[in-house]
Design a protein around this ligand. Sequence first.
Ligand SMILES: Nc1nc2c(ncn2[C@@H]2O[C@H](COP(=O)(O)OP(=O)(O)O)[C@@H](O)[C@H]2O)c(=O)[nH]1
Ligand SMILES: [Mg+2]
Length: 310
Amino acid sequence: MAGAAPTTAFGQAVIGPPGSGKTTYCLGMSEFLRALGRHVAVVNLDPANEGLPYECAVDVGELVGLGDVMDALQLGPNGGLLYCMEYLEANLDWLRAKLDPLRGHYFLFDCPGQVELCTHHGALRSIFSQMTQWDLRLTAVHLVDSHYCTDPAKFISVLCTSLATMLHVELPHVNLLSKMDLIEHYGKLAFNLDYYTEVLDLSYLLDHLASDPFFRHYRQLNEKLVQLIEDYSLVSFIPLNIQDKESIQRVLQAVDKANGYCFGVQEQRSLEAMMSAAMGADFHFSSTLGLQEKYLEPSEQSVEQEAMQL
Ligand SMILES: Nc1nc2c(ncn2[C@@H]2O[C@H](COP(=O)(O)OP(=O)(O)O)[C@@H](O)[C@H]2O)c(=O)[nH]1
Ligand SMILES: [Mg+2]
């Protein structure tokens, strides 16, 4: 049908623990995308969000309110939020009716932060899978506070959560280390930044943990966890500073490649643009080194020297 509105839509499902920066990301990314000329619709799926900083095209709060659910069902904030997502899952017609008039837009979904929604609860996954059936091609953008890099034990738990999320959500996936501008304030990193972003040989992390008298007793457990992460070999991160355009652009390049936007039907894409997206991964390592220099004080010691001290 000539002139019919395109049915395929692209977008991002922004997930991650509470406080990891999802809402701030949606604001920053939507402004960046608009500057690039994309028509963006931000959809708030998090009933716990208050005072949204961005212009919201659809708000789940119109369907179900967290406060009402907590009062009516005598639930706490966590249980209330899970109920809200189950309610949305049972009322997807409402969501479809809201999204259909927005076809032709690029969607950003600001999702709730309850970790169980992304690791084992079924509602959010089922909502994403339904949206895929509506020909909405989403990349899951999983934000993790870069603060976790400063503590090896927390970093291992973050790797486990990220892996579980990738396996459970079943969408093309990009992991981000958010709030890179704060990483220096969080404390000294034991290794260079690329060690964390590329998830390099985790045995160094185990050795580093063994130097802590508390974690020495958990070495076997940590070894098994690390082995699991390395066996799957799926988790890596892109560092993000939401204030920095270059950083957002790098993230967008990975996201566009993951959901196929860069090869999409909606825009005339030059061969050059496609190639730059396809080649993006090759420049990724050098860009992480750039960020290392930008956000971290140079260490007087090399990684090898530090490893020798362990
Ligand atoms: N310095 C800094 N603060 C950030 C960044 N992203 C988010 N924040 C702050 O972190 C807090 C939580 O962010 P928010 O976007 O509400 O997280 P959400 O719960 O995942 O939606 C807010 O106070 C933000 O201002 C960032 O990139 N840098
Ligand atoms: Mg939020």
